[in-house]
Design a protein around this ligand. Structure first.
Ligand code: THU
Length: 128
């Protein structure tokens, strides 16, 4: 799969963001093991803590369609900084990560950094 396509899908998804409180529009695109792409955006709420990040929107869409193994995620926002998933999303994605799941953290200059989810969440909670 073409990384550039996944990144383009994340960028496109960010345009659907509902972010009236932060004004920060995020898009995510998840590639599943079966080769399908699921996109998501952040969906904010007036009760701020109820906000859902773009990555979890995309993950929930994928899982609810029967896709439970993710091979990559691209995350995009209109910012110069490379955008990485927050800790909650890192934990959430770990649940459905195929081995060596990749993260493409994008910026608004057309650049991205490639890491594994394991790099970003080395000590994600696994079991009790
Ligand atoms: N946000 C995401 O959607 N994904 C991230 O990786 C970081 C943060 C959202 C949450 C909130 O709507 C806005 O960005 C500002 O924090």
């Amino acid at each position: 799969m073409d990384k550039e396509k996944l990144i383009a899908e994340a960028k496109k998804a960010s345009t659907a963001a509902y972010a009236p409180y932060s004004g920060f529009q995020v898009g995510a695109a998840i590639l599943t093991e079966r080769g399908k792409i699921y996109t998501g955006c952040n969906v904010e709420n007036i009760s701020y803590g109820a906000t859902i990040c773009a990555e979890r929107t995309a993950a929930v869409k994928a899982v609810s369609e029967g896709e439970k193994r993710f091979v990559a995620v691209a995350v995009y926002a209109d910012t110069e900084d490379f955008l990485y998933p927050c800790g909650i999303c890192g934990q959430f994605l770990t649940e459905f990560a195929a081995p060596d799941m990749k993260i493409y953290a994008c910026n608004n200059k057309g650049g991205f950094e490639e890491n594994t989810l394991k790099d970003v969440m080395p000590h994600a909670f696994k079991k009790f």
